[in-house]
Each structure stands twice: as C-alpha cells, then as structure tokens.
Design a binder for this molecule. Sequence first.
Ligand code: CA
Ligand code: CA
Length: 151
Amino acid sequence: MLRRHAVSAVLAGSLLAVPVAALPASAAAPAVEIVKVYYDSPGADRRSNSSLNAEYVTIKNITRRTIDLEGWTIRDKAAYRYTFGPIVLKPGKTLTLRTGQGDDGTSSVFWNRRAYVWNNDTDTASLRNASGKLIDSCSYNSTRYDYTNCR
Ligand SMILES: [Ca+2]
Ligand SMILES: [Ca+2]
C-alpha cells in the first residue's frame, strides 16, 4: 500500500507539472490586450471635454482570471503616461481609458487631461504591467480612419 501511494504521489506530481511546463508557450498571448484606439474623436478637435472623452483606448482581459491593474500603465509614443489606480478587470471584460475628465467606473476610467493624447495620423499605444513589462501594444498609421481595431 505504501508503495502504491508513493507511485500515485509521483504521478500526481508529474501531472501537476504539465501546466507549469506549458506556461512559456501560453505566455505568448498577452493576458490583457489593447483592442481599440479611437484616436481622432468625431468632429473638429476643439478640446471640449466630450471631444476629449471620445478619444480613447480600450483594453480587454482575455484570460479566465481577474487581473489587478493597479500600477499598470498606458503610454503613447511621446511622453504621455496614464497609471491605473486600484481597479480590477474581470475575465472577458473591457475597460476604456478616456482622455478627458470624468468619474472612474468599472467600464471607463479617465486620464483627466485637457488636451489630446493620441495623434490623429500615427501613434503607438503601449500597455505595461506594474513591473514595467510590456504586455501589449497597438500601432496605427492612417488618417483615413478615426480609429483602429488592434486585432
Ligand atoms: Ca487624437
Ligand atoms: Ca476629430
């Protein structure tokens, strides 16, 4: 009996090791993706708060686990950076970062800027985790469209 237990323990151990060994491959898909950048808000860019908030970037949690975004950042190609506060993103949910002012909620957070961030012609949005590791990025290069679906 003792011996059988020992064998099953070894088997259990090796079974448990499988998902761990598979991690590097699955890590290729980012846990949180940038799904859309709406870089040229509709109409003339007059810096009204509603126009600023119609400029946004949307991210999505593509995993089955809740992800804590506190300390994560979104940056453009220049020096603009937004740092997420204490907010979690549930599995499959999206979160939209709007450029202007507003009250943060579960589906939208606000950069609270009075000027635009995303260039109307070309730019790159980068998403980094709290350790500064690049999680995903989305580039666009077109004035023909006002937004890009990153995937
Ligand atoms: Ca813009
Ligand atoms: Ca515009």
